[in-house]
Design a protein around this ligand. Structure first.
Ligand SMILES: [Zn+2]
Ligand SMILES: [Zn+2]
Length: 300
């Protein structure tokens, strides 16, 4: 299971039933929360994302629409009796902000909590199944995008062939890593006779809030799913640049240049009730585009 649920798709002001940014990425039995705008607790409940499965939280930047939901969420996790570890990856200043909120109420988090400051691009997290990289985007204050890439799976053993060639089971692990088998007579059985190729690792790329910036392309190339903000339609390019945001055409260009498989767009300005223009403009340049609407789940 590698799937993304959209919890919030609006920009700074919640409007027309749309909430500020938050997304839940499910990776097998773990859930990664990406940004945590105000109201994320409610959205998690609405879309039945299990709190207990959230093991890691990634905050792109310290504009309130990306983290004002976090103190409440951390506190509620404690009230719900959480005991398992929680890892938070965020700009360094967030640690003091959270600590100050705990201090004034003489509270502590009743579960193991690990803060990982983001200070430079590169790998920030490796789990058994996923590697998370961060990269800088351009947004007026320090802001980070993230890629979530599956770690290459081992090759799949073909059980009838290993039996037929009498491969001992203690050699299976070497087979899974591509080694040929040499039998008792010294005959070499090529690895591809005994195993199938592993499925291609999949990647989700999250570009946070950003102006149009082709410098991010090397970090996000060939994503299976790419999220790029589109705060404004194309005609507002000047306003978008002034506010360090992007337009529909710009998001679609980044998707095209980075050879994404699929683009989802969000962070819509509260000026717009109807979002048809966003979809129309972006998909004219990059056809496989969808609005990142709340409650939608994208399987990678
Ligand atoms: Zn924002
Ligand atoms: Zn922002």
């Amino acid at each position: 299971m590698f799937a993304l649920t959209i919890l919030g798709c609006n920009s700074a002001i919640a409007a027309y039933g749309r909430n500020p940014t938050a997304q839940a990425l499910q990776v097998l039995d773990e859930t990664f929360l990406i940004d945590c705008g105000e109201g994320t607790q409610m959205q998690l409940a609405r879309y039945k994302v299990k709190w207990s499965k959230i093991s890691r939280i990634f905050i792109s930047h310290l504009h309130g629409d990306h983290y004002f939901g976090l103190p409440g969420l951390l506190s509620t996790m404690g009230l719900l009796g959480r005991s398992q570890d929680l890892h938070l990856y965020a700009p360094p200043e967030l640690e003091d902000i959270l600590q100050m909120q705990l201090d004034v109420t003489s509270a502590t988090l009743p579960y193991p909590f690990y803060f990982h400051p983001i200070t430079k691009p590169g790998v920030i997290c490796n789990t058994q199944h996923i590697q998370v990289n961060t990269f800088p985007v351009v947004h007026g204050i320090p802001c980070w995008g993230f890629t979530f890439k599956e770690i290459r799976n081992p090759r799949r053993i073909i059980s009838e062939r290993v039996k037929a060639y009498e491969v001992p089971s203690d050699f299976y692990s070497e087979l899974q890593h591509g080694k040929d088998f040499v039998n008792a007579k010294g005959t070499i059985i090529p690895n591809n006779e005994l195993t199938d190729a592993a499925p291609r690792p999949r990647t989700y790329a999250y570009c946070a809030d950003t102006i149009y910036n082709e410098a991010m392309i090397p970090y996000i190339q060939h994503a299976d799913l790419l999220y790029h903000e589109t705060t404004y339609p194309a005609e507002q390019a000047e306003l978008a640049a002034k506010r360090f945001h992007s337009t529909t055409n710009q998001a679609a260009n980044i998707a095209q240049l980075s050879k994404a498989k699929k683009l989802i767009i969000g962070h819509f300005s509260s000026r717009y009730e109807k979002l048809d223009i966003f979809l129309k403009e972006a998909s004219a340049i990059f056809p496989d585009t969808e609005l990142a609407m709340e409650g939608t789940c994208y399987a990678l």
